[in-house]
Design a binder for this molecule. Structure first.
Ligand SMILES: N[C@@H](CCC(=O)N[C@@H](CS)C(=O)NCC(=O)O)C(=O)O
Length: 219
């Protein structure tokens, strides 16, 4: 029995995309980020990351969380890899070498990409994109991203996909972290293969289904 907590306008998107790609059925429990609500503690407020009932699932008070037959995972990228390994068929690893490669890309996404990508995301969310300080922050962050981007660009010179010649959980993890950078296109200017790979990932029906669910939610 699989139960996924969260809403699509959050890192839950990663798990939703994976579920779509692999055709995995899971019960969905909408949990909103508390900061999006006026009064998360109000009677009648939707289940949110500050709700005691949700804190019992994830004491960190963050989304997503996944319950798989009584075991709970509370890190989005771990959820992506776990779902692929245990339920994902071809989207998961076929042997230990692929498993190692997927684990490596998932941790690459979490450590080399996401911390920088969220800087770009927040500059946009805070409405600072066109301020001198915001512009400087975007340019400096893109410069730092050039190193992991060059690593991806080199890999994609010899392969269409990250692992095993097919779309896998590694794509979901890396592409979802890169999505935050897309609000600043200059970051991709020197990386045509990476840009083409990201376009291939995002053209897939699984991504499009996740995006439609996301866009259907209030901002
Ligand atoms: N490292 C965690 C971070 C999760 C996270 O920051 N989730 C955000 C939504 S994208 C959240 O729950 N924010 C609400 C809050 O912190 O109260 C993961 O990747 O799952």
């Amino acid at each position: 029995m699989l139960k996924l907590y969260g809403v699509a306008r959050s890192r839950t998107s990663r798990a939703i995309w994976l579920l779509e790609e692999a055709g995995i059925k899971a019960e969905r429990v909408p949990v909103q980020a508390a900061w999006r609500l006026k009064d998360p503690a109000a009677a009648g407020a939707p289940l949110n990351t500050a709700s005691p009932a949700y804190r019992a699932v994830n004491p960190m008070g963050q989304i997503p969380a996944l319950e798989d037959d009584g075991t709970v995972l509370t890190e989005s990228l771990a959820i992506v890899l776990h779902l692929a390994r245990r339920h994902g068929g071809a989207i998961g690893p076929r042997d230990w070498r692929e498993d190692a490669a997927m684990l490596n890309w998932v941790l690459f996404a979490a450590t080399a990409i996401e911390p920088l990508a969220t800087v770009i995301l927040y500059v946009g969310m805070e409405g600072r994109t066109d301020t001198p300080a915001g512009k400087a922050e975007l340019a400096a962050t893109a410069e730092k991203l050039a190193r992991p981007f060059a690593r991806l660009e080199a890999h994609l010179a010899g392969a269409e996909w990250l692992v095993g010649g097919r779309f896998t959980a590694a794509e979901v993890a890396v592409a979802e972290c890169l999505r935050y950078v897309q609000s600043y296109p200059p970051a991709f200017a020197a990386f045509p293969r990476l840009s083409a790979w990201l376009a291939r990932c995002q053209a897939r029906p699984g991504f499009q289904a996740m995006l439609a669910a996301r866009n259907a939610e209030p901002e």
